[in-house]
Design a protein around this ligand. Structure first.
Ligand code: GTQ
Length: 348
C-alpha cells in the first residue's frame, strides 16, 4: 500500500468514526500522555510601570458599581481568551476609587487579595471588615459574602489597587461554579476590625475551636508580620540556595495551606543573591513587593521591580537573582497537585 493510499484510507476511516463520536487514540497518545508536563501557559511578566496608568484609566470609563468588580485580567499569552494566568489560576488587578463600593456577592471560587498600592481600602468577609495595606495577603473564602470599599474621601482620596488571585479556571474545569448577589451593596458589619486576627493570628486558637474548614480563619495576614519574620530569619543566617528565605502561609487550625486550592508564599532574597534552579508541577504567580532582580523562567529572562507580576507555569525551571534586597509574594495551585498526589519538585 502506498503512503498516499494509506493516509487517504485513514482519513476516510476517521471521518466515519467521527460520525459515531469516536476518535483514534493513536493520533493523540503522545499529547494525552506526555513524557513530562507541557503547559500551554507560557512564562510572562506584567511590568507595573507599563500598566499602572491603564489600570487607573479604567476608573474614568466605568464605576465600581456598574462593573461590579473593576478588574483588568492578566491573561497569559499562551491561553488567549481564557481569562487565565495558568491552567488552574486567574490573576487580575482590581481598582477601587475613593468613596466607591464593589457590591457584596459570593461564589464558590476562592479568592486572595494581595495589596499593591493605597492604604484606604477595606474588604469584608463574615461580617468583619479589614483595612487593606500594601503587602497584606487577604483571603476571601469560597461561598462567603464579600464587598470591598475605599474609605478615603472623594477629594483627598487615593485609588487602591490590588492583585486578585482566584481558582476560576480550576472551578470552571470542575463545572462547580455557583454565584449570587447579596441583596444590599454591603453586608452587615457584625464584628469589630481585628476580631479574627485576635482569635486566630497569634499562634493560639479559641478554646473550643474544632472547625475542619479547609480555609484559614485568618482573613488578613499583615505584611508587617511576614516581613519581620523574613528579616529576622535573614539576620539569623537562614539562606537557602534556591529560595533565599521563603515561608509558606498556613491555616493555623490545620497547619495546611490557607485555602483548599491555593498556596501562598513570601520570600526574601538578599542583594546579590543568585538562586539555583528548581521546578515543580505547581504553577506559580509572583508579585514583587520590594527590590529589583531578575527571574529566569524556562528560556525567558525578566528584570523585575516592585509591583511587577510574573508567572512560572508547571515544570519550567525557575531561577531568581536579586540586585537589591528583594521580597516576593507568590501563589500557586500546589494544594490541588498535592491532594491529588501529582506534586513533583526538582531542585537542581
Ligand atoms: O472581588 O469578588 O478579579 O468575583 C474576579 C472575580 C475579583 C471579587 C475578580 C471576582 C472578584
Amino acid at each position: 500500500m502506498t503512503a498516499n493510499t494509506q493516509s487517504e484510507q485513514r482519513a476516510a476511516y476517521y471521518g466515519q468514526i467521527a460520525q459515531q463520536k469516536l476518535s483514534p487514540l493513536w493520533e493523540s497518545l503522545h499529547n494525552l500522555v506526555p513524557k513530562q508536563p507541557k503547559p500551554t501557559a507560557v512564562a510572562a511578566i506584567w511590568k507595573y510601570a507599563k500598566i499602572r496608568d491603564l489600570v487607573l484609566q479604567s476608573g474614568s470609563l466605568i464605576s465600581a458599581e456598574e462593573a461590579v468588580r473593576r478588574v483588568l485580567i492578566l491573561e497569559n499569552p499562551g491561553l488567549p481568551g481564557k481569562s487565565s494566568m495558568t491552567s488552574n489560576l486567574y490573576a487580575g488587578l482590581q481598582l477601587i476609587l475613593p468613596g466607591e463600593i464593589a457590591p457584596s456577592h459570593r461564589h464558590t471560587q476562592s479568592a486572595l487579595r494581595f495589596i499593591v498600592e493605597g492604604e484606604t481600602a477595606w474588604t469584608a468577609v463574615n461580617g468583619e471588615r479589614t483595612t487593606m495595606r500594601p503587602g497584606d495577603f487577604i483571603i476571601t473564602p469560597s461561598w462567603t459574602w464579600h464587598d470591598h470599599g475605599n474609605l478615603s474621601t472623594e477629594e483627598g482620596g487615593v485609588p487602591v489597587v490590588w492583585l486578585d488571585g482566584l481558582d476560576i479556571p480550576l472551578v470552571a474545569h470542575m463545572d462547580a461554579g455557583f454565584a449570587e448577589n447579596f441583596p444590599k451593596a454591603t453586608q452587615p458589619v457584625t464584628r469589630p476590625e481585628g476580631d479574627s486576627f485576635a482569635r486566630y493570628g497569634h499562634n493560639m486558637l479559641p478554646m473550643r475551636h474544632t472547625s475542619a474548614d479547609p480555609t484559614s480563619p485568618i482573613f488578613s495576614y499583615p505584611y508587617e508580620r511576614s516581613r519581620e519574620a523574613l528579616d529576622r530569619l535573614h539576620r539569623n543566617g537562614e539562606h537557602d540556595e534556591w529560595d533565599g528565605v521563603k515561608l509558606r502561609y498556613v491555616n493555623p487550625a490545620t497547619g495546611g495551606f490557607p485555602m483548599p486550592t491555593i498556596a501562598t508564599f513570601m520570600q526574601f532574597l538578599p542583594a546579590g543573591f543568585r538562586g539555583r534552579s528548581y521546578r515543580s508541577t505547581d504553577s506559580t504567580v509572583y508579585s514583587v513587593v520590594e527590590g529589583r532582580g531578575v527571574a529566569h523562567i524556562g528560556d525567558e529572562t525578566f528584570a523585575f521591580e516592585p509591583h511587577d507580576v510574573f508567572v512560572a507555569p508547571s515544570w519550567m525551571p525557575v531561577r531568581l537573582d536579586a540586585d537589591t534586597d528583594a521580597v516576593l509574594f507568590s501563589y500557586s495551585d500546589r494544594p490541588v497537585l498535592s491532594a491529588l498526589n501529582l506534586l513533583r519538585e526538582e531542585r537542581v
